[in-house]
Design a binder for this molecule. Structure first.
Ligand code: ATP
Ligand code: MG
Length: 181
């Protein structure tokens, strides 16, 4: 097992995400198998499948406390996403599933999180947001593939710690914030 030392004592590598329920996870995993048959590579383990909302990187322990205690519920009603667009990135050999149509509530959720992080002076990757669920690593890609859409009912967002290990990152959900019904 290899472990990457955090840059600061007690720091953890963190990101906000949507975490699928069992039904959505299974559907994403089936699409991962379908894409693997076309594009090869290494499939993500089913229990690791997620949609990153905001990536923070190494966060010192004191700021983790701020996140856990201080991040407020977000007044965006539960919403549905349809993951219907497979894609492949040549630069990092990742095969993924994303959205063919932008989602206003998803963009609002990401912006609300960014606003809260900014107000608390917690750094995050502020490049433009490209929603995607990583399904394949080290893939060679290939021809365009048609996929059945995966519906995802979003009723919460979560804060996740990522622990880099030799068999890929291990994730731990640290906290959950429900969205209003
Ligand atoms: P590994 O890096 O060990 O191959 P991983 O990419 O799944 O595994 P992390 O690098 O900890 O694990 O990333 C956690 C999540 O955040 C993943 O969904 C990843 O795609 C995303 N992510 C990582 N770095 C960034 C970044 N700079 N900006 C946006 N999202 C990122
Ligand atoms: Mg990574």
């Amino acid at each position: 097992m290899t472990e990457t030392a955090p840059t600061q004592a007690g720091a953890r590598r963190l990101f906000f995400a949507l975490w699928p329920d069992a039904t959505t996870r299974d559907a994403l995993n089936r699409t991962g198998l379908w894409l693997f048959r076309h594009w090869g590579g290494r499939r993500m383990r089913a229990d690791t499948l997620h949609l990153t909302l905001s990536f923070l990187g190494d966060v010192p322990a004191a700021q983790l406390d701020v996140l856990l205690l201080d991040i407020q519920a977000i007044a965006i009603k539960r919403f549905e996403l349809s993951f219907d667009r497979p894609g492949y990135w040549l630069h990092n050999h990742i095969g993924w599933l994303g959205l063919s149509q932008p989602s206003a509530p998803l963009e609002a959720l990401v912006q609300a999180l960014r606003d809260q992080l900014g107000e608390r002076a917690i750094p995050f990757d502020n490049r433009p947001y490209t929603p995607h669920v990583t399904l394949l690593r080290k893939s060679h890609g290939g021809k365009t593939v048609a996929c059945l859409p995966v519906r995802w009912s979003v009723d919460e967002f979560v804060l996740v710690a990522s622990d880099p290990q030799s068999d890929g990152a291990h994730y731990e959900v640290l906290e959950r914030w429900p969205l209003p019904g």
